[in-house]
Design a binder for this molecule. Sequence first.
Ligand code: PEP
Ligand code: MG
Length: 759
Amino acid sequence: MAPLTATSAAREILTRLHDVMASRSAAQTKLNQVVQIIGEALGTEVCSIYLLRDGVLELFATRGLKQAAVHVTKLGLGEGLVGTIADNVETLNLDEATSHPDFAYKPETGEELFHSFAGVPIVRREKAVGVLAVQHREQRKFDDVEIEALQTVAMVLAELIAGAGLIDESGPGAQGARDTSPVRLPGLKLVEGMARGKAVYHQPRIEIEHTVAEDIEVERHRVISAFAKMRDQIERMTREADFGAAGEHQDVLAMYKMFAYDEGWIRRINEAIDSGLTAEAAIERVQQRTRMRMREISDPLLADRMHDLEDLSNRLLRIVSGQLGTAAQLGLRGNSILIARNLGPAELLEYDRRRLKGVVLEEGSLTAHVTIVARAMGVPVLGRVKDVRRTISDGDALLLDGTTGSVVVRPNATMEEAFEARMVVGQKRRAEFAAMRDLPAQTTDGLRIELMINAGLRDDMAALDVTGADGVGLFRTEFQFLVSATLPQRERQQRLYKEVLDAAGDRPVIFRTVDIGGDKALPYMNKADHADEENPALGWRAIRLALERDALMKVQARALIEAAAGRTLSVMFPMVSEPWEYDEAVALFEAQRKWVHGRHRPLPNLIRYGTMLEVPALAESLDMILPKLDFLSIGTNDLTQFLFAADRANPKLAERYDWLSPAILRFIGRVARETRAANVPIGVCGEMGGRSLEAMALIGLGIDRLSITPAAIGPVKAMIRSLDAAALRAKMGDFLARPARSLRKDLTAWAESNGVAIT
Ligand code: PEP
Ligand code: MG
């Protein structure tokens, strides 16, 4: 018969296949029936099915070729036309098979009678598990309608084959030859560290269970309602993304939106349903077709769009199939390395920390919330990794190397050994650091440095005991706000602060009031307030926002004051630019203290107030603010971005300015001198203090307290315990008087010649 359209051709075949699949006959019998049905429906003289077994494509069923060739004819991946189709996961349509350079003659099949040849891959999880081929005596290409029908049928075959257990899905053969070789993908180091584990996609791939529709109207409705849900989701993400909290980028969302309302896409899915597919299979079928088309176009812009459409198609599949869970909700099974385009901090926190060993992101930046949270969790993160989906399959072995900034996919034994050796060195070093846990952070000339950790989550407090740190020099209270779906109420805040103080025991904790707004704005805050900030880091954030919308800070002040009843409370304000901002913040806290006192509730024994110095302007007003301070802490992350006018989130600038440049060191040196002269304790709580050479320089400038990421406590303590602080301080003036572009070289040389342990 001559089919009129792809839809009707496929539908006829699918209707008949439905009965075959539902029958209880053996898999081989089913395959024999399938080739008959397809051959009859398309009027082709030959129809054959090749399946991948033990890494080779084996003829499993045929109508038209010699039956003696079944289970005898075998082709390697890339061998012959069939092997080429499977290897490239692409369709071939030829009027003369023998003229194709990859043609391989298999005499046992008797195929010399046939000239034209068309084959489509049978695809499962984006890899070919077999090939469906048709042949004609006549020298003519198959028309688009026939190819379309074959591709649709191939989808259904994939289900039949998997259901019958005809392919070994775990074996190397099922993976396709190209995908078993090791690949090294470079990326941007976001959180250092080494990790080994199996690849787990944050949004797991949906397994399509049924491809042939029982009732086409039902399938059509399922797709319509899934589209409606998806559009709702995108609208919601767009609203949230205005605050940078959704983990999804604005322009990506704009693209999502365009596709979600694209009539062409919806029409193609509906046509696929008309041909007899279920909603899931129709979505996947359209996606497969797009993938094949896009593969022929090498335009990076289009590749990006393809990526977006792929995301959206997966989202639609999840909605329609009701399989909405992320890998976190499904539960990690072993040591895992999570793969995602991007993540929100809350999504990351849903994962089992014992099994989550690392994260690979296609996007991501150094100051993204997810990075801050991952650093706090001690989970290495590699960002901006390209070609992730094409290269990494669920379950692939991965070696994430935070020192080289790369991830090795499916490593070979040599790579494993090299990685293992580096891990061992790292572990040995960590063991050495752990052995210093109870030794004081004291220089060789007897100067005791206060070595504290930066924290932000309840679980971070465990690091105090593990590292033997002196306390928490920066508790970022906004973390609780960032990881909550709604504004944390006072009781919840108070509970966290009390738990933190309980965990710290006698060790001091400096709570920083919320540093939100700008790029750390919250989804549940008023959108209009942040709508047009072009430079969020310089925007309405931290103390600026807190003083104007003081309800937020009042609640936090009460929560802190009540949580610290009977103990010392240390409070620090972020982004103070002028002394009056500090005065107002202290006044607000004092008013709350009076309020609590008025209600006869227990108060802290002492409240100590301090400020961050991260806005350079404050350095010009030190004489005005110092007399009022109990302590000062330099936040080098923001300070350096403001001092150099260089966005700390911009990877292009990441290596441009050195923390050991004369400008930064002179600036910090001056602030340290003035602050010490006023007898105000001074510390540094930015990332700079977590590197041993930088930490040494800070001590050289007169800093006696460092608050750093917990993983850095060991290396920095080792440095301190081998340092003669007085000798360095005596030398620092010389270094700064005639500095090179950076003091890195001079300081490294000095450390080497003075036996200072720098990692
Ligand atoms: C800083 O800016 O240096 C700092 C410690 O604060 P945050 O990184 O939270 O902005
Ligand atoms: Mg800061």
